[in-house]
Design a protein around this ligand. Structure first.
Ligand SMILES: C[S@@+](CC[C@H](N)C(=O)[O-])C[C@H]1O[C@@H](n2cnc3c(N)ncnc32)[C@H](O)[C@@H]1O
Length: 248
């Protein structure tokens, strides 16, 4: 696959994701600001959980010149697009985060300075997520952070309905409601002959059969504290879109 092809598909991916997350770029900047404060100025390691084609991994590497990023994802197709589109300080590895042994199986022993995630962990069932948070608490160094950018409900039906309306209004204001949607992106990608080997490599297990855990932002914070994080709470919010931080 040519680099230009991967770049084109990742750009299309980013636009497709903005259809659902109109402030995705600002949210990325907040994640990077939190990571920057935690990693300091020395060499540091950051793990990107459910990295997809590496949009956040690439932005972290570009913004933090002494950081090495390892992106972890279960989807070989998205990883393949990312591998052709990210720089030398980004490594992408294939693993299912639903299995607690994923760090050892991928050689990611730690300690890590930060772990980040964007629009991914809602795909893990609550027990798997609790296990993942325990793994992060074990592998992050003291003072390290976990930064999770995702839509997480507010835990009150009227507030959640208001948050949905706020997001829809924002999406219409910025115009990303006219962007290609998730199904259209995947359909178009399958019709690109250059990507046929990656399409063939794609596992359809955890990816195709995913469910939403529907945990609220408060439940995520509770799970982080139960896992061993000293502090946990949101530092940025727009509607139900949050950047939630856990401090080890
Ligand atoms: C909506 S995409 C977000 C990708 C990327 N973080 C971004 O913001 O563009 C969700 C990602 O989570 C990954 N994912 C879902 N369940 C997973 C699991 N159990 N293990 C590893 N990755 C998983 C998917 O393969 C997909 O790449």
């Amino acid at each position: 696959m040519q680099v230009a092809t991967a770049q084109r598909w990742v750009q299309r991916w980013d636009a497709q994701q903005e259809r659902y997350i109109p402030d995705r770029e600002e949210r990325f900047r907040v994640v990077i600001d939190v990571a920057r404060a935690a990693v300091g100025t020395g060499a540091a390691s950051v793990v990107d959980l459910g990295c997809g084609p590496g949009s956040l991994s690439a932005r972290i590497a570009a913004a933090l010149p002494r950081v090495n990023v390892v992106g972890v994802d279960a989807d070989p197709l998205l990883l393949g697009l990312g591998a052709a589109n990210t720089g030398p300080r980004v490594t992408l590895v294939e693993a299912d985060l639903g299995y607690p042994s994923w760090p050892d199986r991928t050689g990611l022993v730690g300690p890590w300075d930060a772990a980040v995630s964007s629009t991914a962990l809602h795909w893990l069932d609550p027990d798997s997520l609790a296990a993942l948070y325990r793994t992060l608490a074990e592998r992050l160094r003291p003072g390290g952070v976990f930064v999770n950018a995702d839509n997480m409900g507010l835990g009150a039906s009227t507030l959640d309905a208001i948050a949905d309306g706020v997001r829809e209004a924002r999406t219409a204001r910025v115009g990303s409601d006219r962007n290609e949607d998730w199904a259209e992106w995947w359909q178009a990608l399958r019709e690109d002959d250059e990507l046929a080997p990656l399409v063939a490599a794609r596992s359809d297990s955890a990816i195709a059969n995913h469910t939403e855990n529907e945990l609220t932002v408060h439940e995520h914070a509770d799970l982080l504290r139960a896992a061993g994080f000293a502090e946990a709470g949101p530092v940025w919010q727009f509607g139900d879109d949050h950047v939630l931080v856990g401090v080890r």
